[in-house]
Design a protein around this ligand. Structure first.
Ligand code: NAP
Length: 331
């Protein structure tokens, strides 16, 4: 059995040496009410970086020398549980381990016949829910409005943009390479794309792509990209603060423009959120996402890395934009 522990709290960008790989020759036993799980897919997500710091947040930090946890799809390989049978697949927060014992609490059964198992960590899982609920609950989109999405070629961003198109918005995506900008337009149906790595004046580029101004900004990255969007917001704009990956590895407080004048002048709303705020809406949101997938109105990309030992590197690669769509590790 292999386990990955958090060895050090990363300073700045994490490195593989912040993790410890442990291999043990053990046979795991289960008792009544338990299942033995074998890990099949592991989700790596930017928010895990925050849990590696020893600071107060919406979830407690990871403990040093304990397994890292993330969204995982696992197969039941032995069961003494009434509901979960051998051969079932379960999804939920689990340890970075090749095998583990669970009571099944907090895990949901997922069906490999309805969707590929990895999709339950992406479009039909946390990232799909984040895209749908963030955009609809806070963005309150109206057909004809203009939506800007940062981190647009990633797991959340690529779904936000597509939902925007389904709902009749003009959609502009910001991403880190020409290849990703191309993907936004050809695969995900965005109207415009901006490569922030090759654009010198982001403020001008956003004004040019959104001549009627920006009604909704779905912010996945924070930092200078998001500062530039502020110069184009319209009256009553909604700015959805989903994440801020550009500052997650900062060791000093970032310098930012003051948002207040932009918000006051435009009577605009800026709201952060955590997807679990909308937990009661998960069933209806998953139903909607699955319907759109079935109707081929929605599609998704995945970057699948192979091998348990590559989980930390796959996580680190998120900060270098090495993924298109959802980054998952196949065990
Ligand atoms: P993702 O977008 O699939 O992957 C991260 C992407 O961020 C990379 O591919 C990279 O794309 C971009 N990036 C990395 N460093 C950057 C930088 N310095 N400046 C600009 N872009 C950078 O990840 P995700 O899972 O979909 O998450 C996206 C955001 O949503 C994250 O901020 C995450 O924390 C947040 N999130 C929030 C919630 C919530 O409940 N609020 C839930 C899920 C995710 P490029 O090549 O384009 O740079």
């Amino acid at each position: 059995m292999k386990t990955i522990l958090l060895k050090n709290r990363p300073k700045g960008k994490p490195s593989v040496s912040d993790f410890e790989f442990v291999e043990e020759d053990v046979a795991l036993d289960i008792t009544d009410g338990e299942v033995l799980l074998e890990t099949v897919y592991v989700s790596v997500d930017p928010y895990l970086r925050g849990r590696m710091n020893d600071s107060k947040s919406y979830v407690p930090p990871f403990e040093l020398n304990k397994p890292v946890q993330s969204g995982i799809v696992a197969k039941v390989v032995a069961s003494k549980h009434n509901e979960h049978k051998e051969g079932d697949y379960l999804s939920g927060m689990l340890d970075w381990k090749t095998q583990q014992v669970s009571t099944g609490e907090g895990l949901n059964k997922v069906d490999p016949n309805k969707a590929p198992l990895s999709a339950y960590l992406g479009i039909l899982g946390m990232t799909g829910l984040t895209a749908y609920l963030g955009l609809t609950e806070i963005g309150k989109p109206k057909a004809g409005e203009t939506l800007v999405v940062s981190g647009a070629a990633g797991a959340v961003g690529s779904v936000v943009g597509q939902i925007g198109k389904i709902l009749g918005l003009k959609v502009i995506g910001i991403a880190g390479s020409d290849e990703k900008v191309d993907l936004l337009k050809t695969k995900f149906g965005f109207d415009e794309g901006i490569n922030y790595n090759t654009t010198e004046d982001m403020t001008a580029a956003i004004k040019e792509a959104a001549p009627d101004g920006v009604d909704i900004y779905f912010d996945n990255v924070g930092g200078p990209i998001s500062d530039a969007v502020l110069f184009s917001i319209n009256r009553f704009a909604r700015i959805i603060i989903c994440g801020a990956i550009s500052v997650y590895n900062n060791t000093e407080l970032p310098k930012s423009v003051s948002v207040q004048p932009f918000l006051v002048k435009n009577s605009a709303l800026m709201q952060g959120f955590i997807v679990s705020n909308y937990a009661e809406k998960f069933p209806e949101a998953i139903k909607q996402l699955a319907t759109w997938l079935g109707e081929e109105k929605l599609t998704y990309s995945e970057t699948i890395v192979e091998g348990f030992d590559n989980i930390p590197q796959a996580f680190i690669d998120l900060f270098d934009g090495k993924n298109k769509g959802k980054m998952v590790v196949k065990i």
